[in-house]
Design a protein around this ligand. Sequence first.
Ligand code: NDP
Length: 446
Amino acid sequence: MDARVQQFMAMIKAKNPGENEFHQAVQEVSESLIPFIEENPKYKHAKILERIAEPERTVIFRVPWLDDKGDVQINRGFRIEMNSAIGPYKGGLRFHPTVNLGILKFLAFEQVFKNSLTTLPMGGAKGGSDFDPKGKSDNEVMKFCQSFMTELFRHIGPETDVPAGDIGVGGREIGYLFGQYKRLKNEFSGVLTGKGIEWGGSLIRPEATGYGATYFAQEMLATRGESLEGKTVCISGSGNVAQYATEKVTELGGKVVTLSDSNGFIWDPKGIDREKLNFIMDLKNIRRGRIKEYAVKYGTEYFADQRPWIIKCDIAMPNATQNEINREEAETLVRNGCICVVEGANMPSTIEAVEVFLNAGILYGPGKAANAGGVATSGLEMTQNSMRLPWSREEVDERLRIIMQNIHSTCVRYGKQDDGFINYVKGANIGGFVKVANAMVAQGLV
Ligand code: NDP
């Protein structure tokens, strides 16, 4: 590690002890940014890097609720408002038992750069709770969401902070959260995105992250004269991002052969077609079952407690969670001929795995660029809410496609090396940084 990065990281670790995912995210970004900042002293003098790694505000709160048995349950709620230099705070809510301060700070930090890359005026935030929606009744989920919003509503607002969904927070949860906000504030506004289409949502928002990551893959492949046509694709996860990535990859001629959940993965060498994807959507979104049921239904192989990266593929799309590809798995992917890794999830590859991809010279699209289509379309939902005028499916999809192309161009602009190799990590980090940094310099010490 560069000595300047080492020194900076020592400070970050001392100030944020035990927040390993946050350290990881900051290290990855500072490796790109520190050399860039050395060449641009105005950022150095204003201590932009030090300031950008410190949340503007962190809110942590108690969330008490009553379960169906009448027992009291207590969870912890968070909102990390990381940066508002270029727009209101914006970023998802995650409900998952692993949620803690360090994970949400990493996500909020990444969100600042991602939102800047979209070209839309959105600052960065993230929030959530250690609440586990799995195995809870609709009534319990509603009670939890109402209690969570009873505190969160003081800190958010359509001009202040606009949360959205993430792991464990889909249309159902956004509905309960929105209902409670509306009741507490007596206002119908665009305070959350990912809303239902009848009550202020945007067409294509549910599809946007998976579609956007697939459009980004198309752009990356095109730089090498390749396309998705005929490619074998390994996808992890089976939630929102994984489902719509599967849909779009298949539509564009690729063959998705794996999907997973936290218990294991299925391998279907024939490919997951429309009918099979409908089964997954019903299984995961309605019946809330396990991916193993796919293997039973279609007679395919199921690998308990394993991740899909051992399966030979041309393209890998990690769409589940952070640190789901380690060094060995990255090496296996490269050895098996994988030419492109595109991250629908946030920070799914460890730092060592990223090194393997970059050293192998394959196409590697980091999450903050590749999965920015979700928040970009949330931004489009905010625009439609402000105009009080919904756009058609085609219009939103076209805007999403253009935004993903623009993000790709930004990565090329800042990440193309003299030998022609496009380092998308560097491109996304510097490309996302410049706008926020300039705004911070202009706004003085705030
Ligand atoms: P969902 O909750 O819809 O799905 C998450 C999927 O990942 C599920 O299949 C889940 O399995 C699996 N998963 C979650 N945690 C783990 C874990 N610790 N180990 C193994 N598998 C796990 O979430 P999304 O699809 O919305 O999010 C997936 C990723 O994409 C996350 O990294 C998120 O931050 C990122 N993302 C999402 C955006 C969005 O618009 N939704 C936007 C940008 C990024 P199980 O059901 O067993 O928990």
